[in-house]
Design a protein around this ligand. Structure first.
Ligand code: ADP
Ligand code: MG
Length: 677
């Protein structure tokens, strides 16, 4: 017996003792070897005049014998000589396994995972077989040889028989056993069944270029006997027929103009287990230094587990029609995690491991192109099929916003224009670009309000105040919205009509346009401003003057109210937002980064109850034109400190109520209201 080389032995050891559940990939590995062998012969016949293939079709055949527990994978490819059997099956030569060796040195646990994820070629047969026999006859040779091993110490090579060139790999499968706890253990019997093998071939090797054939049991009606009577019931019999199991030509290799959308839809639904047609099908073929085919789908609805931890993103990765990985995560950014599809590139090695994958420049180049393509297709959908896009955004918009937030705004260039928000003025979803385009020329910022209910937001005094000045307000109702806006800080609106600061310049420009010139355009940086935070700088000169006066005259009142409210508020001040008698008497605004709504969102989160949660800096703004303000001023003048105190508390609580926040002490609040009545 010949001994395996040391590293082969290590690997075999792991194969045999592998606890990896995905043992079924062995079939993919053996079929891919068979396909390579057929490929080599095919290539030889094309490039070498002396090699003449007969009428026989190049094919791969899978068969099994349940009693003998054997599974055979045969090909009529190039075959191997005795020397080649020794060289190819006695050592590990290929890249994937070399890689594996170094990792194996560090930790066995990880290595087991690598076997399952990426396969390590021929030796994977020992995950399911207790004995492997390879009968091979090289093309052009008269003799055959048999390589045999139980995968432990070594192997033998002896002369044997084979009618034609090619190779049979005959596995004697292990017994299906119960595990130590008496539970059903590994089920090897499914590799000895028609349905089990068909399923695996379709799943992993469907697009191998050569036919993968198998005898399949079918049923047919027996011929009706001559003497059949009136009451003859048709009889059936089983028979077997050789069938090609794989579909051979992958749909993603075809030009999209040659494929009906309905075929794409069927492929999508069957492959990705969806009931609905995809919202968008994206197909492209990259040529040049890196060649690959891509077929991507935007689902019509979100899978139920999309926002759970268990959801796995990724595209199926094929190399020369053989599935390498069902979900290659590195091909998709997180915010496009909903995209399903296939990348097929002959330039990606079959035995690539996850570690190499991340550093693989080719793969990164594919990922970049895929991302760009998805972005442009979504933009196209937004512009040309708005209804579908709005539905798409309902399903997946949260991920896009989160993409901006989690990248600290770095991904805003890519994603901001894909977002939709509710416009309080238009009463529909708009993009930021559409918002900017509709702005009056003196508007300097994008205004928004955040809260959980659109209805309530649209009635809030801080919102109606801005609307009444002719500016639209975006109503943000998702938790992530305001965090997204804060990480963006600004939005750059492209190609807006130029605003001229001084009149002379504007007149010159207007005249030029009148003379037939194109109007000048500019990009404008627009700050994203919460209507309930900081200084909106919207007040007119008159309003500012009024506010300043009211502030100066009533310093004592504000001090008293601030004292009554304690550290609930940073300060009490005259409002520049509420400026007429028919508006609310007061509102709560905030200073600094954290808005009231963000504070609420954080409190709802997992650490919401913890001490030291950041709090917003609240300001109680008073409407100096409101009758209640006059009452306050009067109470202060009368020296009625009790009344000032009670009013301060009431105004604060009711302003919070408008924001959807309950008073800290509802009983005291109710008592105050009653005592006033
Ligand atoms: P890889 O396919 O990555 O080279 P494998 O471990 O799968 O690695 O196979 C090792 C080698 O054994 C192959 O490169 C090939 O030379 C040879 N081989 C395996 N199966 C066959 C086959 N069916 N016909 C001819 N050669 C084969
Ligand atoms: Mg291989």
């Amino acid at each position: 017996m010949r001994q395996f080389k040391t590293e082969s032995k290590k690997l075999l050891d792991l194969m045999i003792n592998s606890i990896y559940t995905n043992k079924e990939i062995f079939l993919r590995e053996l079929i891919s070897n068979a396909s390579d062998a057929v490929d080599k012969l095919n290539f030889k016949s094309l490039s070498d005049e002396s090699v003449k293939l007969g009428d026989e079709d190049l094919a791969i055949r899978v068969s099994f014998d349940r009693d003998a527990r054997t599974l055979t994978i045969s090909d009529n490819g190039i075959g191997m000589t005795a020397d080649e059997l020794e060289k190819n099956l006695g050592t590990i030569a290929h890249s994937g396994s070399q890689e594996f060796k170094t990792e194996n040195a560090e930790s066995q646990g990880d290595a087991v995972d690598i076997i399952g994820q990426f396969g390590v070629g021929f030796y994977s047969a020992f995950m399911v077989a207790k004995h492997v026999r390879v009968v091979s006859r090289a093309y052009g040779s008269d003799e055959a040889n048999v390589w045999e091993s139980d995968g432990l110490e070594g192997y033998t090579i002896e002369p044997g028989e084979r009618a034609e060139h090619g190779t049979d790999v005959i596995l004697t499968l292990r017994d299906s056993e119960a595990d130590a706890n008496g539970e059903a253990g590994d089920d090897y019997d499914r590799f000895l069944s028609e349905w089990g093998l068909q399923d695996l071939i379709k799943r992993y090797s469907n697009y191998v270029r050569y036919p993968i054939q198998m005898l399949v049991t079918k049923s047919r009606q027996k011929p009706k006997p001559e003497d059949a009577g009136e009451d003859y019931k048709p009889e059936y019999e089983d028979y077997q027929e050789l069938e090609t199991i794989n579909s051979m030509t992958p749909i993603w290799k075809k030009r999209s103009s040659d494929v009906e959308q309905s075929d794409y839809n069927e492929f999508y639904k069957a492959t990705f287990h969806d009931f609905e047609d995809p919202a968008r099908t994206i197909s492209f073929h990259a040529e040049g230094t890196l060649e690959y085919d891509a077929l991507l789908f935007v689902p019509g609805r979100a899978p139920f587990d999309l926002y759970s931890k268990d959801y796995e993103k990724g595209l199926a990765l094929y190399s020369s029609n053989v599935l390498i990985m069902e979900k290659c995560a590195d091909l998709l950014p997180d915010y496009y995690n909903f995209v399903r599809g296939v990348i097929d590139s002959a330039d990606v090695s079959l035995n690539i491991s996850r570690e190499t994958l991340q550093h693989d420049r080719q793969l990164r180049a594919i990922a970049r192109r895929v991302e760009k393509k998805i972005t442009s297709e979504l933009a196209d959908m937004r512009d040309n099929d708005r209804e579908t896009y709005e539905k798409f955004f309902e399903n997946f918009g949260r991920g896009l916003k989160y993409g901006i937030y989690s990248s600290y705004g770095m991904k805003a260039d890519e994603l901001a224009d894909l977002l939709l928000f509710w416009s309080a003025k238009e009463k529909k979803m708009v993009t930021l670009a559409e918002y900017a385009k509709a702005m009056p020329s003196d508007q300097k910022a994008i205004y928004y309000a955040a809260g959980d209910d659109r209805e309530r937001l649209s009635k809030m005094p801080v919102v109606t105040g801005v609307l009444s000045r002719g500016y639209d307000v975006l109503l943000l109702t998702a938790d992530v919205d305001e965090f997204t806006f804060q990480s963006m800080r600004e939005y750059v609106a492209r190609d807006l009509p130029k605003v001229y600061e001084d009149d002379a310049a504007r007149e010159v420009a207007e005249k030029a346009v009148a003379d037939g010139a194109e109007p000048e355009l500019e990009d404008r940086h627009l700050e994203l401003k919460n209507v309930a935070s900081g200084d909106l700088d919207l007040a007119t000169e008159d309003e500012k003057k009024d506010a300043e006066e009211a502030t100066k005259e009533n310093e004592g009142l504000f001090d008293a109210m601030k004292e009554a409210l304690g550290d609930k508020v940073e300060k009490v001040a005259v409002s520049a937002r509420l400026v007429s008698a028919d508006e609310s008497p007061a509102c709560i605004t905030t200073e600094g980064m954290l808005s009231l709504e963000m504070e609420k969102v954080l409190q709802r989160g997992p650490e919401g109850d913890m001490e030291g949660m950041p709090k917003s800096q609240r300001v109680l703004e008073l409407n100096a034109k409101h009758p209640v303000f006059a009452k306050l001023v009067a109470a202060q003048k009368d020296g009625d400190d009790e009344k000032v105190k009670r009013y301060a508390g009431l105004l604060y609580d009711q302003a919070l109520l408008v924001e959807g926040i309950l008073p800290e002490d509802p009983v005291a609040f109710a008592a105050s209201v009653c005592s006033l009545m």
